[in-house]
Ligand binder design. Structure first.
Ligand SMILES: CC(C)(COP(=O)(O)OP(=O)(O)OC[C@H]1O[C@@H](n2cnc3c(N)ncnc32)[C@H](O)[C@@H]1OP(=O)(O)O)[C@@H](O)C(=O)NCCC(=O)NCCS
Length: 164
């Protein structure tokens, strides 16, 4: 399958909302929250989509990830991250995460952190393989009472600029 990775725009709101409903079983963002994320200056969202045939219009969204930046902080947070259930297990999660890391590095971030459900074995495995380490245990973090692991990874700020 041909795929494309690109920054999201406000035109992606409807498709992102649909994907959010399908990809997560709980703790989902509302349409309003997604709108806010797409339009606020200190968040950046990337999408992965199936490249559409020339005349077929925009491609189908297969995944998205959102980074939250904090002014004056070198630490950026992976705030949301998912792949469409029908597209999982084929490496899209890894590729999307690599794109988000490159985006954070290009903006000078030194650390990427995230929270993941303690029972989410697929995501925990992906993050560990991508170089994240366990940082902190967060009891009863999610709305159903499940705990989270906070994980963190050191980045190479400016890496893309140096390579280019
Ligand atoms: C976590 C998630 C983004 C991973 O996306 P993905 O495209 O499947 O990820 P990848 O294919 O790049 O890699 C995932 C790894 O888990 C494996 N995997 C994927 N789905 C799996 C499944 N259902 N059972 C077991 N292993 C699975 C893959 O084979 C791969 O491992 P490998 O490289 O050793 O073969 C996706 O499962 C998802 O959207 N989950 C629901 C939302 C979520 O949990 N988001 C994370 C919140 S912190």
């Amino acid at each position: 399958m041909n795929i494309r990775l690109r920054p999201a725009t406000s035109h992606d709101l409807d498709a992102l909302y649909r994907l959010e409903q399908i990809a997560f079983t709980g703790d989902r963002f509302s349409r309003r929250q997604l709108w806010h994320l797409l339009n606020r200056a200190h968040a950046e969202t990337w999408v992965v989509e199936a490249a559409a045939a020339e005349a077929a219009g925009p491609g189908r969204l297969l995944g998205y990830g959102t980074l939250l930046f904090r002014q004056g902080s070198r630490r950026v947070r992976l705030y949301s991250f998912c792949v469409h259930p029908e597209a999982r297990g084929g490496g899209l999660g890894r590729r999307l995460l690599e794109a988000l890391e490159a985006c954070a590095e290009a903006r000078g971030s030194e650390w990427l952190s995230l929270e993941v459900r303690a029972d989410n074995r697929v995501a925990l495995r992906l993050y560990r393989r991508m170089g994240f380490r366990l940082e902190r245990w967060l009891p009863a973090y999610y709305e159903d009472g499940c705990a989270a692991w906070q994980m963190v990874k050191g980045l190479e700020p400016g890496a893309m600029a140096r390579a280019g």
